[in-house]
Design a protein around this ligand. Structure first.
Ligand code: PLP
Length: 304
């Protein structure tokens, strides 16, 4: 990892290499942290953070679901994110705010410990997302079932959700795939390990509903709004594994992945095993929006 700029910790900037926590930090032992993944794009009119208020809202919602008392307001965190990016001098980057139960008392109950907040950013160039962005990813249906909100709040972007996701991701990579797709306890499609999923069948675009136990993805919402604004629609419906196999196109959405084509699932080729026309069109439209080239969506960009 390139150590660029400074990391904001509880209101102060510290050098990247000194941004440390105590080994008895509650979150390290019990996974009691919530976080965000945000992108800043190098647009023709300068650096712009994509859908910052929506990410801040989700961070605070996640914190609430874990009874975290935030010591900072939404405005303070938003300003701190902008300052962290400016401090880094990076034109385009990935931004990671995290709120976590810190060091204090040790034991399962976190609530007497301080909720610490940190914000880091690191270099992330456009189109740098891993496998499959342009060639099409190969995905494996995971043997790990997606945990659901009977166990813990899945609408929180919480570290604790990601042990499940990391197991699925590792299994997929170990088996020669690029990414995992997880089914939920009902056997329905939920999402990728770090992306929402869509299919195209007979020109209809479908995606699992929130009730499938998915993260309320901000890119998912962006893509749905873009499609609607362009006169189309997305059907939110439960999908079976065979709907994936039989789809004409499959694509995934996420802050890191942006719009990523999926051309193989298990040993089955999707469509003609090349990124499909609707996926390619959406990739272009989404990047135009992120680059500030589409007037209709300019309010999604916070120029810094
Ligand atoms: C499990 C999961 N689903 C979906 C997404 C996509 O969410 P967003 O578009 O807000 O990045 C992510 C992103 O990190 C994720 O971790």
């Amino acid at each position: 990892m390139k150590e660029i700029g400074k990391i904001w910790m509880n209101g102060k900037f510290v050098p990247f290499k000194d941004a440390k926590v105590h080994v008895l930090t509650h979150a390290l032992h019990y996974s009691t942290s919530v976080f965000e993944g945000i992108r800043c794009y190098d647009t023709p009119k300068g650096s712009a953070i994509f859908r910052l208020p929506e990410h801040i809202d989700r961070l605070f919602k996640s914190a609430k679901l874990y009874s975290m008392k935030m010591n900072f307001s939404k405005k303070q965190i938003s300003d701190a994110i902008i300052k962290t990016v400016k401090e880094s001098k990076l034109k385009e980057c990935y931004i990671r705010p995290i709120a976590y139960y810190g060091y204090g008392t040790m034991g399962l109950t976190p609530t007497q410990n301080n909720v610490d907040v940190a914000i880091a950013c690191w270099e992330w160039k456009m189109g740098e997302s891993k496998a499959g962005k342009f060639s099409g990813a190969k995905c494996k249906i995971s043997s790990w079932i997606k945990i659901d909100s009977r166990a813990q709040p899945m609408k929180a972007k919480a570290a604790s959700n990601y042990a499940n996701a990391a197991l699925a991701r590792m299994e997929a990579l170990d088996n020669g795939y690029d990414e995992a797709i997880m089914l939920n306890y009902h056997g329905k499609v939920s999402e990728g390990s770090a992306e929402n999923i869509f299919i195209v069948k007979d020109d209809q675009i479908m995606t699992p509903p929130m009730s499938a136990g998915i993260l309320e993805g901000i890119t998912r919402d962006s893509v749905i709004q873009i499609i609607e604004e362009n006169g189309g629609y997305v059907i939110e419906t439960d999908l079976d594994r065979e709907d994936l196999y039989a789809a004409d196109e499959v694509f995934m959405t996420g802050t890191a992945a942006e719009v990523k084509s999926v051309t193989q699932i298990d040993k089955i080729k999707i469509g003609d095993a090349k990124p499909g026309k609707i996926t390619k069109a959406l990739q272009k439209t989404f990047m135009d929006v992120a680059m500030g080239k589409d007037e209709r969506f300019l309010p999604w960009l916070k120029y810094i």
